[in-house]
Design a protein around this ligand. Structure first.
Ligand SMILES: Nc1ncnc2c1ncn2[C@@H]1O[C@H](COP(=O)(O)OP(=O)(O)O)[C@@H](O)[C@H]1O
Ligand SMILES: [Mg+2]
Length: 268
């Protein structure tokens, strides 16, 4: 079986350690594994046909997501599925889905005109962020109308969300199929480069992860959780995250990928 990873350009240009291990495992299991960065190619959109038995979407760029959409349309098997990635990556659709399914997630609004959000500040502070943001870029806490007016430009459309009070650290939950892992780490715009501290996963968080999995149809994903006084609240869902800070995730990830291949699943 041929497995192709859709990758993102990394600086410095070395593959992530977990991905290297996953690819080594898949190769050892007899698969042909390769990967490419959509931005590095000149791709003609109407003739881009699937050449792999399975594509694994490991890039979160707009280009990668769109290329995944073309491959999906042309019958490619994608992990995670293209619709699941689209719905998760877009914080407008993601929060709508979460709340409709009864998962604790902040009340969220979308607007192209942030001044419209001023009335929401009468009830409490807000988080403003881009609808398809990543790695904490352009995320702002807003407490007053003056702060709202002074915000640097946020890519439109912006998502405006109720601020969820927490301990000052995220609980980052990482899921590979049935396996659920978690780390705690403080959030700042550089924090995606740092591993968190592994922590035990409570029954409540495990159930939350299972719910998110079924709501989106994701198999490899991460959930950013704020441990609020009222319980865990999901503020972000990410397909195929970095699993930073968790040891020994390569085997569960490779197992999920292997199980996703229809013929492999039939023989195992
Ligand atoms: N509604 C919210 N309430 C409190 N903190 C939030 C909220 N939304 C985001 N955050 C904080 O901002 C961080 C980045 O926001 P997130 O939605 O995860 O954006 P990104 O997609 O860029 O990772 C989160 O990890 C969390 O610490
Ligand atoms: Mg996040």
């Amino acid at each position: 079986m041929k497995i192709t990873f859709l990758l993102t350009r990394r600086v410095p240009d070395v593959p992530s350690p977990v991905l290297r291990k996953v690819c080594a495992l898949l190769t050892r299991r007899g698969h042909l594994v390769d990967g490419w960065v959509p931005e590095d190619r000149l791709l003609r959109t109407d003739t881009l046909m699937p050449e792999a038995d399975l594509y694994v979407l490991k890039s979160h760029t707009e280009a990668a997501l769109s290329v995944a959409g073309v491959l999906h349309d042309h019958g490619a098997v994608l992990l995670n599925s293209f619709p699941a990635c689209m719905f998760a990556q877009d914080k407008i659709t993601a929060t709508a889905r979460l709340r409709a399914a009864g998962v604790a997630a902040p009340a969220t609004w979308v607007t192209g005109d942030l001044s419209r959000a001023e009335e929401l500040l009468e009830v409490g502070p807000l988080i403003v962020k881009p609808h398809r943001g990543h790695r904490g870029a352009h995320v702002h806490l807003v407490r007053t109308p003056a702060e709202l007016a002074d915000l640097p430009p946020v890519p439109a459309p912006a998502v405006v969300q109720r601020y969820v009070p927490g301990p000052g650290e995220d609980l980052k939950v990482y899921v590979a199929g049935e396996q659920v892992f978690a780390v705690r780490k403080p959030f700042d715009v550089e924090s995606f480069t740092r591993p968190g501290r592994p922590v035990a996963v409570s029954r409540e968080v495990r159930d939350l992860a299972a719910k998110v999995r079924s709501v989106f149809g994701l198999d490899l994903f991460g959930v950013d959780v704020i441990e609020s006084p009222d319980g865990p609240v999901v503020v972000d869902v990410n397909y195929f995250p970095g699993y930073k800070g968790i040891r020994d995730t390569a085997t569960p990830i490779a197992d999920v990928i292997t199980a996703y291949m229809p013929t492999e699943a039939a023989v195992s």
